[in-house]
Design a protein around this ligand. Structure first.
Ligand SMILES: C[S@@+](CC[C@H](N)C(=O)[O-])C[C@H]1O[C@@H](n2cnc3c(N)ncnc32)[C@H](O)[C@@H]1O
Length: 241
């Protein structure tokens, strides 16, 4: 997804995605031990780092990301392809842009939002995304939010000449364009998911990463309609009244 900052900075958050070979052993173990459910989504699925392990825990899997992430040619598990082509080969995995996901009537049993919130430079987009995720889950369903809250490399990186502070992190200008690196402290993550209508079930901190399970209450309240605008330069989401 792209985020426009000021007149000419465009953050290309699709570049932040890592391949399956760089997945976390901790997270793979955590996901593979989950009880199977009927339907799940991976919001901000990136280069499908956790697709295989999540797919084993669910009958139906919805992958959600930007059009640019789905349609660009990239290496997926050693094969040069696009995510759209990759997904076409499966009959229980589907790829949805955020707009397509928002307009679906289906409500899911479980969600994942892994290392997505920390790459979004806008606080209002972070809230809109978490509200949308809540709206797409059944009452009683859970979502795993994973964010970076500490990174020792950040102190060194922030001092580089091509870096500047921005929001809860910093912007870096490189050959691949601009990237945003943010940190979300665990208490801020908890307050964000609460504001979006979730109840926090548990939080585990491990090596600078927070793993938070949030549950949709049975008497769920909050927005169900969203105004979403995705362009090749920017993304906006707002809960509609
Ligand atoms: C750091 S990558 C993480 C990818 C994957 N979850 C993983 O852990 O490998 C962040 C991903 O979030 C996606 N993303 C950023 N903003 C988003 C938004 N508003 N809606 C959906 N996906 C978004 C980016 O396109 C990118 O693929």
């Amino acid at each position: 997804m792209r985020y426009k900052i000021g007149k000419d900075i465009v953050i290309r958050s699709e570049n932040a995605a890592k391949p399956e070979a760089q997945s976390s052993a901790y997270l793979n173990r955590l996901i593979s031990r989950l009880e199977p459910v009927r339907s799940s989504f991976d919001f901000g699925c990136g280069k499908l780092r956790y697709e295989r392990v999540i797919a084993k825990t669910t009958d139906i899997l919805g992958l959600v990301d930007s059009e640019v992430q789905f349609s660009r040619t990239q290496m997926i598990r050693g094969r040069l392809t696009t995510i759209r082509d990759h997904v076409r080969r499966s009959n229980h995995v589907e790829a949805y842009t955020v707009g397509q996901f928002a307009s679906q009537a289906h409500r899911y049993d479980r969600g994942f939002c892994i290392n997505v919130l920390s790459v979004i430079p806008s606080a209002s987009v972070r809230l809109g995304i978490v509200q949308l995720i809540r709206a797409k889950l059944k009452p009683g369903a859970t979502c795993l939010f994973v964010v970076l809250y500490r990174n020792s490399d950040f102190t060194r990186m922030q001092r580089l000449p091509n870096c500047q502070p921005y929001g809860n992190g910093f912007l870096m200008d490189s050959l691949r364009g601009h990237s945003f690196y943010g940190l979300i402290p665990p208490d801020e993550l908890a307050s964000l998911v609460n504001r979006a209508g979730f109840v926090v079930e548990s939080t585990v901190l491990d090596e600078g990463t927070a793993y938070l399970w949030a549950k949709v209450p049975e008497d769920v309240r909050g927005p169900v309609h969203f105004s979403i605008r995705e362009t090749p330069e920017n993304f906006q989401i707002r809960a509609a009244p």
